[in-house]
Design a protein around this ligand. Structure first.
Ligand SMILES: NC(=O)c1ccc[n+]([C@@H]2O[C@H](COP(=O)([O-])OP(=O)(O)OC[C@H]3O[C@@H](n4cnc5c(N)ncnc54)[C@H](O)[C@@H]3O)[C@@H](O)[C@H]2O)c1
Length: 339
C-alpha cells in the first residue's frame, strides 16, 4: 500500500529543541505540558497555526452531562453513556460502556429488516463475532445474520477486499432493508461503511469499534473509504451509521501498541480544542495506560463528545474538521518510541 501523507500533518515546535526520546506515552505527553512551547501547523491544507491560546472551553452539544474527575466511575456502569451526534435527520447515538454487547436491545433497536451482514477480520472474529451474533439474534428469531471475515491489516483496505463484502452480500441475496455491521478497528469500520454506502445505493450500517482509535475517532462522523495504490483513503463516501456501540470490554484484548496509538487520538482532543480534558489527561494518563475501565470510559466519552461537536459543525470537512487529522500524524510518531 502506498503511504501517502495525511491531509493534516502536525509539526511540533518546542521551545527547548533538544527533545530526547520519551520512554512512554505519558512521558511524551508531559513534555507538551509547557503550553507556550507548542505550536501545531497543518502542512498540506494550509490551516492556521494553532496554539494553546486559541483553545476555547469546550461547547459540548452531546447529550451526556459534561463532568470532570467525579464522573470517573459512573461512565463504566452497565447503563450506557449516550453521546448524540447531531446531524438533523441523520443524527445517531453513540453508546459507551462496559458489557454493552450483553445488552441485545441496544443493537436490535437499530436493525431494520431481517437480514444482517457482520463485516470483521480474522483477528477480531474469533474474539467477538459469536458475541455480536448473539446480541443481534437473542430473543429475535426473525433476524438472520451472515458474516464476512476479511484479512487483517491496512494493506487489505483496498478494492479487492471491498469486493469480498459485496460478493458475500450478493451471494446472500441481501436486500435494501439489510444492515451492515462493522466489527473491528478503523480499517474494518472504514471499509464496511463504504460498502454500506455503495451496496444497493445505501443500506443501514452500525459501527461496533474495538480499538481505542476506532472508539474515539474513526467510528464517529461518517467518513468511510478505502485506499488506492497512489494514496490513502482516496476512495470513499461520507455515510453516517445508525448507531455506534462501544463496548469498552473489547479493549481488554487490544495489543499495547494499538492502545498507545489510540491514546494519541485522545490526546489530540485535549490539544486542539478541550483544555479541561487536557488537564484531566495529565492526571489520569497512567490510568489510561493501565486500561483502568472507568478512566477509559470517561476518555472515550469525552473524545466522542468532542468529535460529535466538530462533525455536527462541519460534517464534510470544509474546514474545522480537518483539525481532527492531527492525531493521525501523532500516532505515526509515538508508537516506535514505545517499542
Ligand atoms: N473514518 C475516519 O474518520 C478515520 C479516522 C481515523 C482513522 N481512520 C482509519 O482507521 C484505520 C486505523 O484504525 P485502527 O488504528 O483501529 O487500526 P486497525 O483497524 O488496523 O486495528 C489495529 C489492529 O488491532 C486489531 N484489533 C482490533 N480490535 C481488537 C481487539 N479488541 N482486540 C485485539 N485486537 C484487535 C486489528 O485486527 C488490527 O490488527 C486507518 O485505516 C485510518 O485511515 C479513519
Amino acid at each position: 500500500m502506498a503511504s501517502a501523507a495525511n491531509a493534516c500533518s502536525p509539526s511540533f515546535s518546542a521551545a527547548n529543541s533538544s527533545v530526547s526520546k520519551p520512554k512512554a506515552l505519558s512521558d511524551f505527553y508531559l513534555r507538551f505540558r509547557n503550553i507556550n512551547a507548542l505550536s501545531l501547523r497543518s502542512k498540506r491544507v494550509g490551516l492556521p497555526v494553532l496554539s494553546f491560546s486559541r483553545i476555547r472551553s469546550p461547547r459540548i452539544s452531546a447529550s451526556s452531562p459534561q463532568v470532570m474527575d467525579q464522573s470517573v466511575g459512573e461512565a463504566s456502569s452497565k447503563a450506557p453513556t449516550i453521546v448524540e451526534v447531531d446531524l438533523g435527520n441523520r443524527s445517531y447515538p453513540i453508546y459507551i460502556g462496559s458489557g454493552l454487547l450483553d445488552q441485545p436491545e441496544l443493537l436490535q433497536r437499530h436493525v431494520h429488516g431481517k437480514r444482517v451482514l457482520v463485516v470483521t477480520n480474522n483477528t477480531v472474529a474469533p474474539l467477538y463475532l459469536d458475541k455480536v451474533v448473539d446480541a443481534l439474534t437473542r430473543g429475535n428469531p426473525n433476524v438472520s445474520v451472515d458474516s464476512v471475515i476479511l484479512p487483517d491489516g491496512e494493506k487489505y483496505k483496498n478494492m479487492e477486499t471491498l469486493m469480498k463484502v459485496f460478493d458475500k452480500a450478493i451471494e446472500s441475496r441481501l436486500d435494501r432493508r439489510c444492515t451492515f455491521v462493522a466489527l473491528g478497528g478503523g480499517v474494518i469500520g472504514d471499509m464496511c461503511g463504504f460498502a454500506a454506502a455503495a451496496f444497493l445505493r445505501g443500506v443501514n450500517f452500525i459501527q461496533i469499534p474495538t480499538t481505542v482509535m476506532a472508539q474515539v475517532d474513526s467510528s464517529v462522523g461518517g467518513k468511510t473509504g478505502i485506499n488506492h495504490p497512489l494514496g490513502k483513503n482516496l476512495i470513499g463516501a461520507f455515510y453516517q451509521p445508525q448507531c455506534v456501540l462501544i463496548d469498552t470490554d473489547t479493549l481488554n484484548t487490544l495489543p499495547d501498541r494499538e492502545l498507545a496509538s489510540g491514546l494519541a487520538e485522545v490526546i489530540k482532543y485535549g490539544l486542539i480544542r478541550d483544555a479541561g480534558f487536557f488537564e484531566w489527561q495529565e492526571k489520569n494518563m497512567p490510568k489510561l495506560m493501565a486500561r483502568d475501565p472507568s478512566a477509559m470510559a470517561y476518555a472515550i466519552k469525552r473524545s466522542c463528545e468532542n468529535k460529535a461537536e466538530v462533525v455536527s459543525l462541519d460534517e464534510k470537512e470544509s474546514g474545522l474538521r480537518a483539525t481532527l487529522n492531527l492525531g493521525h500524524g501523532c500516532r505515526h510518531v509515538i508508537p516506535p518510541w514505545l517499542d
